[in-house]
Design a protein around this ligand. Structure first.
Ligand SMILES: NC(=O)c1ccc[n+]([C@@H]2O[C@H](COP(=O)([O-])OP(=O)(O)OC[C@H]3O[C@@H](n4cnc5c(N)ncnc54)[C@H](O)[C@@H]3O)[C@@H](O)[C@H]2O)c1
Length: 404
């Protein structure tokens, strides 16, 4: 496959689609970015961006100025069609592939013999074959005449542009010819290794990567519950256990958040409930850990009230879903703070990575520590490491604070 005069349509210009579009365009390939959100399209056509990601604004500005990236609300004819629309879940954790279906229906009238269709959206096993059937039921003349593949994304927000280029990729074709074609396409802009397989294995591979993280975090969280009851310092325990050459236990926290690890296991559990028992229990353990943290904070507050006959001010340090980022999506720390505020607790929330938070007042760390009767560490941000906090005030759910 030659970069020119190749034309690529990318459906969905969010955290995955936009950096991918900009990177492909930077290789001299014509990219038509499509999004149903008109304001996203207008912003990109002005050479600007609507998401927070280092270095992306400069790259988008450049490729738009050079005419290599154009955004629109509807697709056009192209050689390659890449789907990067959301796949959330519905009530009861049922995966919602309606956005993928809608995007496939939008591109179907534009498809021609020899085109390559790639799905990058996280999807339940079998989705790519289902979408191929959807296309060929509308356009039977394209049966065995187009290539189709599933190629999941595994980038880390904050490092997306680097990881898009240098991570290894799994390329799952609906047949070997499709995998080969998709591999040729990715080799135009990916430096990491490209591993060919079938579509179902690639779909499951994405889900398994996140379920693996969830299960391992659940193990650490479960240990933290046992240690609390047994009067053992879980951080010391894990450090010692990890001295074993074949043991590598992760760190416990207040739960699991973000848009991948806490979400993707459900894509397996929903469709394979009998078989994915461990994966389901891990999800439950991680959800329970958040409830347990709330319970612990409430117990400490009750104890304070009994001793001092007034409600305590509780500083909650950290709101994001993991340390040293500004992302609040599916954040257990934010959930904990919201729950406590809703139940009438006096919360002094601290989040050094988020300035404009409208839902409730966010305090500076120093200010909150000065006023607080109880301090709960919810996220292991580097700003909170080595704070000196009186031991009897402290609930350190991240094991990072030195106490005085
Ligand atoms: N963000 C990540 O770090 C990450 C990592 C790996 C995989 N994924 C997966 O990639 C997919 C996309 O995630 P994201 O974070 O980029 O989502 P996002 O919400 O940031 O962006 C998706 C975009 O698609 C647009 N859209 C919706 N329906 C459309 C349609 N029919 N046609 C064109 N555009 C449409 C939306 O308006 C939105 O701008 C999801 O399946 C997600 O699970 C995301």
């Amino acid at each position: 496959m030659k970069p020119e005069p190749l034309t690529v349509v990318i459906m969905g210009l969010g955290y995955i689609g936009l950096p991918t579009a900009a990177l492909i365009a930077s290789k001299g390939i014509n990219v038509y970015g499509v999004d149903i959100n008109k304001s996203v399209v207008d912003t990109i056509n002005e050479g600007k961006i609507h998401i927070v990601e280092p270095d992306l604004d400069g790259l988008v500005h450049e490729v738009v100025r050079k005419g290599l990236l154009k955004a629109s609300t509807s697709p056009t004819k192209a050689d390659v069609f890449l789907i990067a629309v959301p796949t959330p879940f519905k009530e009861g954790h049922i995966p919602d592939i309606s956005f993928v279906e809608a995007a496939i229906k939008m591109i179907t009238p534009y498809l021609e013999e020899g085109n390559l269709v790639i799905i990058e959206s996280t999807s339940p096993i079998g989705t790519t074959e289902k979408m191929y059937d959807l296309i060929t039921s509308e356009r039977p003349e394209l049966k065995n005449r187009i290539y189709m593949a599933y190629c999941p994304e595994r980038v880390l927000p904050g490092k997306i542009l680097y990881e898009l280029q240098y991570n290894d990729r799994v390329i799952g074709g609906i047949n070997p010819a499709s995998a080969k074609r998709a591999k040729e396409f990715y080799s135009l802009f990916v430096e990491g290794e490209l591993h060919e397989t079938n579509a179902k294995t690639a779909e499951m591979c994405k889900l398994v990567e996140n379920a693996y993280r969830d299960v391992n975090i659940a193990f650490a969280n479960e240990l933290s519950l046992i240690c609390d009851k047994a009067g053992i310092d879980v951080w010391e325990l894990i450090e010692l256990a990890n001295k074993h050459p074949r043991v590598n236990i992760l760190q416990p926290g207040v739960g699991v958040g973000g848009h991948c690890i806490a979400v993707d296991p459900w894509f397996l559990i929903t469709h394979y409930p009998e078989e994915s028992k461990l994966i389901k229990v891990a999800r439950e353990v991680n959800l329970y850990k958040t409830e347990w943290v709330i319970k612990k904070i409430k117990e400490k507050a009750k104890e304070f009230e009994e001793n001092y006959s007034r409600k305590p001010k509780i500083a909650c340090l950290g709101l994001t879903y993991k340390p040293d980022i500004d992302d609040l999506r599916e954040s257990p720390a934010l959930y904990i703070v919201r729950r406590l505020i809703a139940e009438g607790y006096r919360i002094l929330a601290v989040e050094p990575y988020v300035d404009d938070f409208s839902e409730f007042h966010v305090y500076e760390t120093e200010e909150a520590l000065k006023e607080a009767d109880i301090v709960a560490i919810l996220v292991a941000h580097r700003q909170f490491r080595n704070l000196r906090i009186e031991k009897n005030k402290l609930l350190d759910f991240c094991g990072i604070v030195g106490n005085s």
